[in-house]
Design a protein around this ligand. Structure first.
Ligand code: IPD
Ligand code: CA
Length: 269
């Protein structure tokens, strides 16, 4: 199994680098922006990269299943080997030339991410992991920070695309609750995948969000876990990649505190 995971990781890394070149070349150019929703954007580059990544993976793994942000209609992950792809996580950043965008490629088996690559071609940062083999950033081993206390924690999240009044109240309510508990700082980089990878590197201590999709977080969750993080449902139950909520923390103790402070009753999810 370990050899198969290593091979899958090598393939994913090579495809992510090829896809990264497409993203990097388009980054400074004017873009045709299509609206999937009021503030949810997609570009020709997102679509082209997804096509490239899936076709390359299909050549190597013809029996596997595929989920991609721009092509999947029904977000379902079975126990079968399934590749979960976000061609550009941080599409709004990409459109606005804010340099936090990444191509994300994960292999899930039994609904668990076992291989993950998150490649930011703009800043030249490639995070990757295979289950049981550790996590790396540009070849250097990763481990999470030792933080256990909310008062010493830098917490990352993102706002997502919900612009309903109730959704905004929920999002701001959770930020307010964390700030009232004196978390040291809050960071929002505009990419769920890169936010979760920041936990893996130890740049931040926790990431949470309601509204994420499996392709936003699958690869980064594999990387964060291999770096020693706990990735779970905010209720502390097992993480379901398609449940649209996630909590990733550098320590179980911090995770328990985060879970106590956060409101779990999202108005629509
Ligand atoms: C989004 C980003 C954003 C997060 C959303 C994601 P996209 O992905 O990761 O930071 O808040 O939940 O959907 O649209 O840039 O691929
Ligand atoms: Ca995404």
């Amino acid at each position: 199994m370990q050899n198969e995971l290593s091979e899958a990781l090598e393939v994913a890394l090579s495809i992510a680098r090829e896809a990264g070149e497409v993203i990097r070349e388009a980054f400074l150019r004017p873009k045709d922006v299509i609206h999937k929703g009021a503030v949810d954007l997609v570009t020709e580059t997102d679509k082209a990269v997804e096509k490239l990544v899936i076709s390359r993976l299909q050549e190597r793994f013809p029996t596997h299943l595929f989920l991609g942000e721009e092509t999947t209609e029904k977000e379902v992950i079975t126990n079968e080997p399934t590749w979960c792809i976000d061609p550009i996580d941080g599409t709004t950043n990409f459109v606005h030339r804010y340099p936090f965008s990444a191509v994300c490629i994960a292999l899930c088996i039994d609904k668990t991410p076992v291989v993950g690559v998150v490649h930011n071609p703009i800043l030249g940062e490639t995070f990757y992991a295979a289950k049981g083999q550790g996590a790396f950033l540009n070849g250097k081993p990763l481990s999470v920070s030792p933080t256990t206390e909310l008062s010493q924690a830098v917490v990352a999240t993102n706002i997502g695309y919900d612009r309903t009044e109730k959704g905004i109240d929920f999002t701001l309510g959770n930020l307010r609750a964390l700030l009232l508990r004196s978390v040291r700082a809050v960071r929002l980089c505009g990419s769920a995948a890169l936010g979760v990878c920041d936990v893996a590197v130890g740049r931040v201590d926790a990431y949470y969000e309601w509204g994420v999709r499996s392709w936003d977080i699958a690869a980064a969750v594999c990387i964060a876990r291999e770096a020693g993080a706990v990735a779970m449902d905010p209720s502390l139950q097992e993480l379901d990649l398609t449940s649209r909520r996630v909590l990733v923390c550098c320590s179980t103790k911090l995770g328990e505190s985060m879970s106590r402070v956060l409101c779990h009753k999202h108005p629509t999810l």
